[in-house]
Design a protein around this ligand. Structure first.
Ligand code: UT7
Length: 335
């Protein structure tokens, strides 16, 4: 068995900043409510014509990650692309990246695990490297939420929290004594699948059928979230899966140098921080600037923490996520 390590990180967010005050002009909301309940001050939204899409933002983040890894697209053996907002219903974004970066005819895999997508994608990449099947894997998390949100008061509990952006990591085979990804831990509970979901369009309910049923309504096309139920499950599952990862490696919370939680809500991160008695320096949050970017939130946060010099060689870095599915997971990394 081999070990994989993160050799390069990159992130990209669209230039267009949307503040809470901007949102309050579109729906009945306000800066005080959004900051108090979520910690978010602003987020980025793709602007029509700015040349961005989920796949294109992923490519921008990937180019930075590849350069930092000292690799070219031709060195990559597999693409794993995590998103809930692909450019097309099919095909997936992975093949678009393969084409845009002019890569070899390598496999491209799309992961559909929403907020846990990046942790699932890292785990997938790690398994391929562990077995020796591949040496270099490009992992991307990217979301274009703004194109699909209902920006009216009806969906204000959902629409104020999500933002657009992309992050990428290049995983590569580590040398024997170098550390790397120690373990990953993944879970799901489909019983709660519809508590955070978007029904249509889907093959379960074809578009004409939905339109016939709801001639005046377009609700099935917009995300639905039972916010409080999701929140309550999130805080429990975050703690469980972080503990599971630490225990699997004979570690405790005291060993954590940096926790990068999925940026779902600042209150969730603060709750988890308290549970594990971590200091502000041991938990990285940037939801204030970007909102919840789902599969992109961990790689954007990880990239920024690394760029700010907050992650150093030998550090124990923990990634943890929870979201729609429900799905959740953690990755324990010796940097
Ligand atoms: O990333 C994937 C996982 N997602 C999450 O982890 C999200 C978890 N959930 C949450 O973060 C929170 O549930 C939210 C931030 C989404 C909502 O906060 P909440 O404290 O659960 O609010 P709520 O939905 O229970 O609504 C409380 C009140 C309601 O008004 P009434 O009925 O008390 O009069 C809402 O209508 O706040 C109202 N409200 C708003 N008011 C102003 C809901 N959204 C807004 C808004 N602006 N944007």
């Amino acid at each position: 068995m081999y070990t994989s390590k993160i050799a390069g990180l990159g992130a990209y967010v669209p230039e267009n900043i949307v503040t809470n005050d901007d949102l309050s002009k579109m729906m009945d909301t306000n800066d005080a409510w959004i900051q108090e309940r979520t910690g978010i001050k602003e987020r980025r939204h793709i602007k029509k014509g700015d040349g961005n899409s989920t796949a294109k933002m992923g490519v921008k983040a990937a180019k930075i990650a590849l350069e930092r890894a000292g690799l070219t697209p031709k060195d990559i053996d597999l693409i794993v692309f995590a998103t809930l907002s692909p450019d097309y219903y099919f095909p997936g974004c992975g093949v678009q990246v393969q084409e845009m970066l002019d890569m070899r005819t390598i496999p491209a895999l799309d992961v559909r695990n929403q907020c846990s997508g990046f942790v699932y994608a890292i785990s997938t990449a790690d398994q391929f490297i562990k077995t020796g099947m591949y040496k270099n894997v490009l992992v991307i998390g990217s979301e274009n939420h703004s194109g699909g949100l209902d920006m009216t008061t009806r969906s204000r509990n959902v629409s104020v929290i999500f933002g657009d952006g992309a992050g990428a990591a290049v995983l590569t085979k580590a040398a024997n004594d170098e550390g790397g990804i120690l373990s990953t831990h993944l879970h799901s509970e489909g019983e709660h699948a519809m508590e955070l979901s978007l029904e249509g369009p889907s093959t379960e309910r074809w578009v004409p059928e939905i339109i016939a049923e709801n001639p005046q309504e377009n609700i099935p096309y917009y995300p639905y979230m039972n916010g409080q139920f999701v929140f309550k499950n999130a805080v429990v599952r975050f703690a469980e899966v972080i503990n599971e990862g630490l225990e699997a490696n004979g570690l405790t919370a005291k060993d954590i140098n940096m926790l990068i939680p999925h940026q779902a809500n600042l209150r969730i991160s603060q709750f988890v921080q308290k549970q594990f008695r971590l200091s502000d320096d041991q938990v990285y949050n940037n939801i204030q600037k970007y909102g919840n970017t789902t599969a992109a939130s961990i790689p954007i946060a990880l990239t920024e923490a690394w760029e700010e010099g907050k992650i150093n060689k030998g550090d124990l870095v923990v990634l943890a996520a929870f979201g729609s599915g429900f799905t959740w997971g953690s990755a324990i990394i010796r940097w």
